[in-house]
Write a protein that binds this ligand. Structure first.
Ligand code: ADP
Ligand code: GN1
Ligand code: MG
Length: 354
């Protein structure tokens, strides 16, 4: 019987290197060996149980982006993801119980986990421009790939349920962290309640704006926003806060030496400058006012998700060592403490950038 990689070779006409590629936590990413090279991904169906609906979103969004980029005189093959169908014309290849898809590999690009302020300003422009290009996309046609993805109060409910079950007997090993995330319960409502009441507008957002979800060119210019699995209606504040969570950090999100963990105000300022330069006109005063809080909120939310997954037996985020999710949760908790201390300065920076 043929193995998956032999079938992928038949379907895409190129050998696919079985060595995993990149630092994503969700999908399994591979690179093909032909020309043009392809990124071939096994979709994580535990996280995305309806891969066909998700790919319909991605095809629609990338077509929209392509049209707008062409009109702006940009090369869409480098400025957005391009889905490559298999030899049967399908955007998803089903092999046994597994689902695969392919994109054009954006050549001569770089992807960073830790970045300089200059790169962050570019990142801000890229995510801001992404939102701007999708401002006229019909949001109601998008399938919600992960409902309540950044609904922080709902994430908190899940956290308390998983904690209550404590199915792996791990709660005793993280009492301080549990108390920390419980103590912030009220703050989790900052964005969600205002979205629900209409004070904050709903927009088409990326929802997974990690810094390694942008490809840059060799000169450090933002090229292409990738990882479109979670493009859904949401708040622009999610994208702003989540990008800074990794972008402004002084260390990787799984750095164990907490002395090194924190954030850099210069990086915060650079990202805010780049972001506001591309999308400020579309934003309301309420959104701009909450930009610093979104950085804190998304850091807390991600820390709480890591802790939930640790308590739940590590079945969501890919781990590379024991306690990896607990290490990540402690890291995000330290970063949140640092942000909390300096919220007034962050408001000052936003005021200066507007
Ligand atoms: P995950 O959902 O697991 O994070 P991503 O879609 O972000 O998966 O891909 C993982 C990594 O693969 C990215 O961080 C990037 O390094 C690389 N990558 C993804 N798509 C492309 C592409 N089209 N061209 C070049 N590199 C890519
Ligand atoms: C996941 O797929 P990746 O690695 O870009 C996660 C994000 C988290 C991030 C934490 C679909 O992002 O929400 O912020 O890990 N993506 C999904 O590193 O859950
Ligand atoms: Mg990714």
């Amino acid at each position: 019987m043929k193995d998956s990689f032999e079938i992928l070779k038949d379907l895409y006409g190129q050998e696919v290197d079985p060595t995993p590629y990149g630092n994503g936590h969700i999908n399994r990413t591979y690179v093909s060996k032909g020309k043009p090279r392809l990124i071939v991904q096994q979709i994580n169906t535990h996280v995305f149980p309806r891969p066909l609906d998700m790919m319909n979103n991605i095809v629609a969004v990338t077509k929209h982006l392509t049209k707008k980029l062409v009109a702006a005189g940009k090369d869409p093959l480098r400025a957005t993801l391009t889905v490559v169908p298999n030899k049967n014309g399908e955007n998803v290849s089903v092999i046994g119980n597994d689902y695969y898809r392919a994109y054009l590999f954006v050549e001569d690009s770089v992807c960073y986990d830790l970045v300089s302020p200059a790169i962050l300003e570019e990142a801000g422009k890229s995510y801001g421009a992404f939102q701007q290009l999708l401002a006229d996309f019909p949001a109601e046609t998008l399938f919600e790939t992960i409902p309540h993805f950044h609904d922080t109060p709902s994430r908190y409910v899940t956290f308390t349920e998983v904690l209550e079950r404590d199915a792996h007997g791990r709660a005793a090993s993280c009492k301080e962290e549990i108390a920390f995330f419980k103590a912030h319960e009220d703050f989790y409502h900052t964005v969600q309640d205002r979205l629900d009441s209409g004070v904050l507008p709903l927009a088409v957002t990326h929802n997974d704006t990690k810094i390694n979800n942008i490809l840059f060119d060799k000169d450090g210019k933002g090229l292409c926003v990738i990882d479109l699995d979670t493009v859904m209606p949401g708040s622009r504040l999610y994208d702003f806060g989540d990008a800074l969570r990794t972008g402004a950090a002084t260390a990787a999100e799984d750095e164990e030496d907490l002395e090194k963990v924190g954030f850099d105000e210069e990086k915060f300022a650079a990202f805010a400058r780049g972001y506001l330069s591309t999308v400020k006109d579309a934003m309301t005063e309420e959104e701009i006012q909450l930009l610093p809080e979104s950085f804190l909120l998304l850091t807390l939310e991600c820390g709480m998700r890591f802790l939930t997954d640790y308590l739940d037996g590590d079945n969501y985020f890919r781990i590379h060592k024991p306690n990896h999710n607990l290490i990540r949760a402690r890291n995000q908790m330290k970063q949140a403490i640092e942000i909390e201390k300096r919220l007034p300065q962050l408001h000052e920076i936003v005021r200066e950038s507007t």
